[in-house]
Design a protein around this ligand. Structure first.
Ligand code: FES
Ligand code: FES
Length: 171
C-alpha cells in the first residue's frame, strides 16, 4: 500500500453551519470523511462513495454537492451546510423536516440527510415546482426502505404541490 506523507496534511478552514471551523486533512481526504471524522458532523452519511446514492449530499456556498465526490481541500474558505443546520437551535424541525415526519417519509433514515439537503437547495431556487420536477431531483437519491411514496408525499407538502397520489395525509 502506498504510504501517505503526513507532511502533506494541510489545515482546512471553512464555515460549517455558520461557524468557523478548521482541521487538518490529507490532500486525498474526501469532504464526507472530513465532515464526519475531523469535524464530527456525522449527520452526513456515506453510502456508495462514488456519487450514486446521494446520502452524502451537503451544500457548498448554497449549492447541493456530493461530499463523496469532493475533496476536503476544495472546501477551503467555503460555506458548508449540512443536515445539522436545518432544525432550529431548540430542536424545532423546519418545514421540510416536519413534512418528512408528517408523512413517515423515512424508515432507517440513512438516505434522509442527503435528500433533505438536495431539496433545501432545490426548493430555495424553485418556489413553485411541479411534482415531476420533485421526482426528477429525488431520482438522484436511493432509498432502500420506503418505496419513495412517503417521501414524495412529504416533498409535495413542503413544496405546496397538490397531488392526487398522496397516500398519507397530514394528521
Ligand atoms: S456516498 Fe456520496 S453519492 Fe453515495
Ligand atoms: S429510509 Fe432507509 S434508506 Fe431511506
Amino acid at each position: 500500500m502506498r504510504r501517505v506523507n503526513r507532511d502533506q496534511r494541510a489545515r482546512i478552514r471553512l464555515t460549517l453551519n455558520g461557524r468557523a471551523v478548521s482541521a487538518e486533512a490529507e490532500p486525498r481526504m474526501l469532504l464526507s470523511d472530513f465532515l464526519r471524522h475531523a469535524l464530527g458532523a456525522t449527520g452526513t452519511h456515506v453510502g456508495c462513495e462514488h456519487g450514486i446514492c446521494g446520502c452524502c449530499t451537503v451544500m457548498i456556498d448554497g449549492a447541493a454537492v456530493r461530499s463523496c465526490l469532493t475533496l476536503a481541500v476544495q472546501a477551503e474558505g467555503r460555506e458548508v451546510r449540512t443536515v445539522e443546520s436545518l432544525a432550529a437551535p431548540d430542536g424545532k424541525l423546519n418545514k421540510l423536516q416536519q413534512a418528512f415526519q408528517n408523512h413517515h417519509a423515512l424508515q432507517c433514515g440513512f438516505c434522509t440527510p442527503g435528500i433533505l439537503m438536495s431539496f433545501t437547495d432545490f426548493l430555495a431556487r424553485n418556489a413553485k415546482p411541479t411534482e415531476e420536477e420533485l421526482r426528477e431531483v429525488l431520482s438522484g437519491h436511493i432509498c432502500r426502505c420506503t418505496g419513495y411514496a412517503g417521501i414524495m408525499a412529504a416533498l409535495n407538502e413542503a413544496a405546496g404541490v397538490a397531488s392526487s397520489e398522496n397516500p398519507r395525509r397530514k394528521p
